[in-house]
Design a protein around this ligand. Structure first.
Ligand code: SF4
Ligand code: SF4
Length: 477
């Protein structure tokens, strides 16, 4: 039943300690908590489905404010760790408002490599205007204190910053985040709430946000200030330089949300809508919405003709289902996505091609190995050991430090990221060595099993050849 599920979102409490003026879940602020009994019942079924095959999984905790139910987070993480052998890598995430972080929580997060998302809506004055506690006081100082604790304990965290029609200056926000020692931000744009109307949020303004983010990113780059991660830009870069297209957010196949009462949903945004449930612990999951998986960019007519569809992945499926309109897309989110994609596709690649950008240092902060390995494609062409390979005229390379190499050919029509094996053979593909000689040199240099090296070298060369990075000629004796 849960065989394809790799992303789990636990709705650990409906309670929140803040009263943000634009909260889209304000109707559900009550004392409901996920209990051990409900989790155990789910976990027993999940771990019994015997289909995990050491898959990597992603476990997220949502609310309300999830840290109000920290004891269940601790319990769930401990349970997953007990069954560690069933899974590949487990990534834990807490989506928090950041006001309740203390030493105990930070120590636990550090020990279990838990990543925390914290919402900071710009500079202190703006943040405090909208993100208030129950007594209408601002929350900025508490959040900054929480960040300080996380930083001192070495916990991973990043900021989420929502942009709206309020006057906001991107550079000012980034300067402020840097001042508070936050080095990682994901910007979002407003979604419909009672508080924020769209009337004064124009597409021009959203285009300006994207342009400001891009120019600040490039400015940092030119100053070699590479320690700040612009997640919006780098996610698009990662998709753009990958072979496997992003077609959806994974719902309908790989993701479920588990509500505190045990009902199951496509993702956390659905949990307030019982009519949109896809099942419960006893009945399991229905495939009611599975047709949407990986298909939304083709079903939705405006996405279908969008040049960015395989990187963007299309609109939020919750919005589509909630609006009961398969052709719906949030125009503001779409405008933001298109603008960010424009800068990456058109401007950043131009800089790369003209050698003004020659590397992406910030790739180090991503799980680049996983990303790179996922891109390996099999090629059926056989590599003869007498062949000699050489770099084709139009190919271009960008080093990702020690994480891999991006190869580009023919004005970015083809792009490919290779792993460390190909890096090892790269310098030996010089137009003089035979494949046999390359294998022998690597074998001697790293003392690894000859047959394994032969297989790896032949596979990598056949991939590079298939995508036009290298060409070959047969040796003539
Ligand atoms: S950018 Fe807009 S039109 Fe293009 S795929 Fe994304 S949501 Fe669809
Ligand atoms: S994009 Fe929308 S539907 Fe998909 S996981 Fe996010 S909130 Fe849910």
């Amino acid at each position: 039943m849960y065989r394809d599920i790799t992303h789990l979102e636990f709705d650990v409490t409906e309670l929140c300690n803040l009263s943000c003026v634009y909260c889209y879940l304000s109707g559900r602020n009550n004392n409901k908590f996920l209990t051990r009994q409900v989790f155990d019942s789910f976990f027993e079924r999940f771990t019994c489905s015997k289909h995990h095959d050491s898959k990597d999984i992603d476990v997220s905790f949502w609310g309300g404010e999830p840290l109000l139910n920290f004891k269940i987070i601790r319990y769930i993480v401990d349970k997953f760790q007990e069954k560690r052998h069933l899974f590949g890598k487990i990534q834990y995430n807490i989506i928090s408002n950041g006001t309740l972080i203390d030493n105990e929580i930070a120590d636990f997060c550090k020990k279990n490599n838990i990543n925390i998302q914290i919402t900071i809506d710009g500079i202190e004055e703006y943040h405090n205007k909208y993100r208030k506690d129950k007594f209408k006081g601002g929350t900025y100082t508490k959040i900054v204190n929480g960040i300080k604790i996380l930083r001192e304990k070495g916990v991973k965290y990043y900021a989420k910053c929502i942009l709206s029609s309020e006057k906001q200056n991107i550079s000012e926000i980034i300067d402020n985040l840097k001042k508070e020692r936050v080095d990682n931000v994901a910007f979002g744009v407003v979604t419909p709430t009672d508080y924020f109307s769209y009337q004064d949020t124009t597409t021009d303004l959203i285009n300006k946000f994207a342009s400001d983010i891009y120019y600040r990113y490039i400015n940092d780059f030119s100053l070699q200030d590479n320690n700040f991660i612009y997640l919006n830009i780098e996610r698009v870069v990662l998709h753009y330089f990958s072979v496997i297209p992003a077609k959806s957010c994974g719902i309908g196949k790989h993701k479920i949300a588990i509500k505190n009462d045990g009902t199951l949903y496509l993702c956390h945004r659905f949990v307030n809508h019982p009519d949109l449930s896809i099942g419960n612990l006893d009945k399991g999951i229905s495939d009611r919405y599975s047709f949407l998986y990986n298909n939304i960019v083709n079903i939705n007519k405006s996405c279908n003709i969008c040049e960015y569809k395989y990187s963007c992945g299309g609109p939020c499926v919750f919005d589509i289902i909630n609006q009961d309109n398969i052709q719906y897309k949030n125009e503001y989110v779409c405008t933001f996505q298109k603008a960010i994609h424009f800068y990456v596709y058109k401007k950043i690649t131009d800089l790369i091609y003209s050698n003004k950008i020659t590397s992406f240092p910030t790739f180090d902060k991503w799980d680049a190995d996983k990303m790179i390995n996922a891109k390996c494609i099999e090629s059926s062409s056989l590599v003869n050991q007498d062949s000699i390979f050489f770099l084709s005229e139009n190919s271009h390379r960008i080093d990702l430090n020690d994480k891999g190499i991006i190869f580009l050919t023919d004005r970015f029509d083809k792009k490919y990221i290779v792993d460390s094996i190909t890096m090892a053979i790269w310098d030996l593909i010089d137009g003089t060595r035979t494949v046999k000689k390359i294998i022998e040199e690597i074998h001697i240099a790293c003392n690894a099993e000859y047959l394994k090296i032969k297989k790896d070298v032949c596979k990598q060369l056949s991939i590079l050849e298939a995508i036009g990075i290298v060409k070959r000629r047969k040796v003539t004796t």
